[in-house]
Design a protein around this ligand. Structure first.
Ligand code: MN
Ligand code: MN
Length: 459
């Protein structure tokens, strides 16, 4: 199959649109490095476009009809947005689902300690990381501390130019003879991922004077006591803004593109789609990187309950109507794919790999060892999607995640498929996926936005 580099196909207007999306996307990435920050920003942008909080509509005893727009937030970490279509909900929705959590280091509940005149915060890594990636690079601390009296302290330290940054140290190469013989998985061990936060001793303090100074600073600057870490969620993430990459500025290098590249393009498609036949839904969930578990992950009943509430507001609710609405829906499980990397060519089967700048990726199945654990999308559904993409001049490619039996991965696709709806994985190819800095192509981001919008218009 012949595929083309999208850049070579664009006219001036398309290039300008692509650059516009890429610039907005970079800002989204730089501002939103945690699921909570993503939810805040998604809600802000949605409200700007006329979306209302579903809880407010319920509280007012209101109702919803064609063209109305609502969102509902789950525990500040997931959000679903809906734009009511012309057709009844029982005819199904067009759903774009992405995840807004990314791999990182989570600060433990009792994290603070001193050793060798240095103060550290102990961490437990979140999601699939190569642990050696997280040493010797600047880290920022993002998170929320909730005090016993209910006071909420949001922190974001290490992103502003004048902010301090943090790091996990590495062993100097001169003394690393033994370390360098170790397997990659244990070169740096999980328990050793401690974030260095200070070195100054507090005058007049005999024991653990650096830790004492740290506690004094935390109290003065943020009103945080040591016990407050118990009720805190603080994430150590790579510090710094998303950047353009390459002499040609064709790519974006940033933390957290899995899966905020699909979240952002899905959001933009939702906000700019205009009138739709079917109800359009954007779903932004947490915890995908650790198996979609918990109240804010895709496996939670949040989405189903929210669709039930939505149907009450449109006057369509009954148990069977809810089942019908879900079963007749179609979904793009919007998640990233492994882009072909010539440095690791042996991990890919080239005919069925995705390439940077060849457009939106459709991934019929994921899984591992004989497609195990995968949602295998139906040929009929793929045929519909091919037609929709071609009719809307969306450049797309198909792929499989690497060579057979080499590994594998999952997405949220199989969970929505449980309702009996048509689901397929669809997203953007990424280089260095799950590394602190991931690479995407501006062209693929633009094609994803176009493809997602075309999908929402699917009658
Ligand atoms: Mn993902
Ligand atoms: Mn991932």
């Amino acid at each position: 199959m012949e595929r083309k580099n999208c850049f070579a196909l664009y006219n001036e207007e398309e290039r300008a649109q692509m650059e516009n999306t890429a610039a907005l996307y970079r800002k989204f990435l730089s501002d939103c490095k945690t699921e909570r920050e993503c939810v805040k920003e998604i809600v802000r942008q949605a409200e700007e476009k006329g979306y209302r909080n579903m809880e407010d509509v319920i509280a007012e005893g209101g109702s919803l009809s064609e063209g109305d727009k609502v969102y509902r937030v789950c525990m500040k970490k997931a959000v679903a947005m809906f734009q009511i279509g012309k057709k009844p909900l029982t005819e199904g929705m067009n759903i774009l689902g992405a995840h807004i959590d990314s791999p990182r280091l989570d600060i433990k509940q009792n994290p603070l300690f001193e050793d060798g005149e240095l103060a550290f915060l102990d961490t437990h890594y979140y999601g699939g990381i190569k642990k050696y990636h997280y040493v010797a690079l600047p880290l920022a601390l993002h998170g929320t501390i909730v005090k016993k009296d209910g006071t909420v302290i949001d922190i974001n330290i290490g992103e502003a130019e004048e902010d301090p940054v943090f790091c996990v140290t590495d062993l100097l190469i001169h003394l690393a003879q033994e370390q360098m013989q170790k397997k990659g998985a244990v070169v740096v061990e999980g328990e050793d991922l401690n974030v260095l936060i200070g070195n100054e001793a507090l005058a007049g303090e005999e024991k653990e004077a650096v830790k004492a100074n740290m506690l004094k600073l935390l109290k003065e600057q943020y009103d945080i006591d040591e016990e407050d870490f118990i009720s805190a969620e603080i994430e150590a993430v790579p510090a710094g803004k998303a950047r353009e990459s390459g002499f040609d500025r064709s790519m974006i290098l940033s933390y957290g593109q899995d899966d905020r590249v699909c979240a952002y393009t899905s959001l933009k498609a939702m906000l700019e789609v205009g009138e739709t036949e079917k109800t359009a839904c954007g779903l932004f969930v947490d915890k995908e990187e650790i198996g979609s578990v918990g109240a804010t992950g895709m496996e939670s009943k949040f989405f189903e309950n929210t669709v039930a509430e939505l149907m009450i507001l449109t006057g369509e609710y009954s148990e069977i109507n809810l089942r019908r609405a879900l079963q007749k829906s179609r979904m793009l499980s919007s998640d990233v794919n492994a882009g072909f990397d010539p440095a690791y060519a042996s991990a890919f089967e080239k005919k069925n790999a995705s390439f940077l700048s060849q457009g939106l990726v459709f991934n019929k199945f994921t899984g591992a060892r004989g497609k195990s654990g995968s949602n295998d999308a139906n040929a009929e559904y793929l045929a519909d999607l091919r037609r929709i993409m071609d009719d809307n001049n969306v450049h797309y490619q198909t792929c499989e995640l690497g060579k057979v039996d080499l590994g594998g991965g999952g997405t949220i696709a199989y969970i929505l498929a449980l309702y009996g709806m048509e689901v397929i994985d669809s997203g953007v190819p990424v280089l260095s996926m799950h590394a602190p800095w991931e690479v995407t192509s501006k062209a693929d981001i633009y094609e994803a936005e176009k493809g997602y919008r075309a999908f929402l218009l699917y009658a």
